[in-house]
Design a protein around this ligand. Structure first.
Ligand code: G3P
Length: 223
């Protein structure tokens, strides 16, 4: 299972990379907005420069999302974003216009992450459009009292049936159990907020066990 970090924060990306478990990065406009210090002067060029900086840090795929709505605009922007770095994956929303853009961009060799996916039907379309990744948003489904992980299970089953090469990238992860459940189902990728990566490490028995080992290690004398 691959671990991506779901952030646009360069420090978080560096910290996750230092842990040695980082396989890629996903961003979206909301995550980018969080790191903008001067919103009145943040241009499209600044956005592209920021994606370039992420690519310099991360060794794997970096998802950059289009900020346009029509297929023509998404295609033009997708080609522009993909020109930033070979590792850029263009994120397009699963709408009718997004679908057309995905088909066109994937046909020209640009890797696509189909985003805002909330149903198995949308996931089938993403695969048929040649998306490299499909992003089911589990946390947002949980938020409306729907079992988000059931969607992941359905997508993995459908993709297995037809041997679709599209990778299932579980997004909108809110806690470590989401990561574990995604792994049990066999999802290809989990994109995880930095805070949740930290939570994956923690177990109270590890902390108390370590304290006891350190206390008992006092009997081991130098020399
Ligand atoms: O990157 C897309 C997704 O992970 C967003 O998560 O927490 O805004 O639902 P969230």
């Amino acid at each position: 299972m691959k671990f991506f970090i779901d952030t646009a924060d360069l420090e978080e990306i560096k910290a996750a990379k230092d842990l040695g478990v980082l396989d890629g990065v996903t961003t979206n406009p909301s995550l980018v907005a969080k790191i903008v210090q001067d919103p009145d002067n943040f241009t499209y060029k600044d956005f592209k420069d920021h994606i370039a900086r992420i690519c310099e840090i991360a060794d794997g795929p970096v998802s950059a999302e289009v900020t346009t709505l029509t297929a023509g605009e998404m295609i033009a922007q997708g080609e522009d974003l993909a020109s930033i770095d070979d590792n850029v994956v263009v994120k397009c929303p699963l709408t009718l216009e997004g679908l057309k853009a995905m088909r066109h961009l994937s046909g020209s060799g640009i890797r696509i992450n189909a985003t805002l996916v909330f149903s198995p039907a949308q996931a089938i379309l993403a695969a048929k459009a040649g998306a490299a990744y499909v992003s089911p948003f589990v946390g947002r489904l949980d938020d409306i009292s729907t079992e988000g992980m059931a969607l992941v299970e359905q997508i993995v089953g459908i993709y297995d049936n037809y041997r679709f090469p599209t990778e299932v990238l579980v997004a909108s992860i809110r806690h470590p159990q989401h990561v574990v459940e995604a792994a049990l189902i066999g999802a290809d990728v989990a994109t995880i907020p930095y805070k949740v990566i930290g939570q994956l490490v923690k177990h109270p028995l590890t902390d108390t066990g370590l304290k006891r080992f350190m206390d008992d290690a006092a009997v081991i004398r130098n020399g």
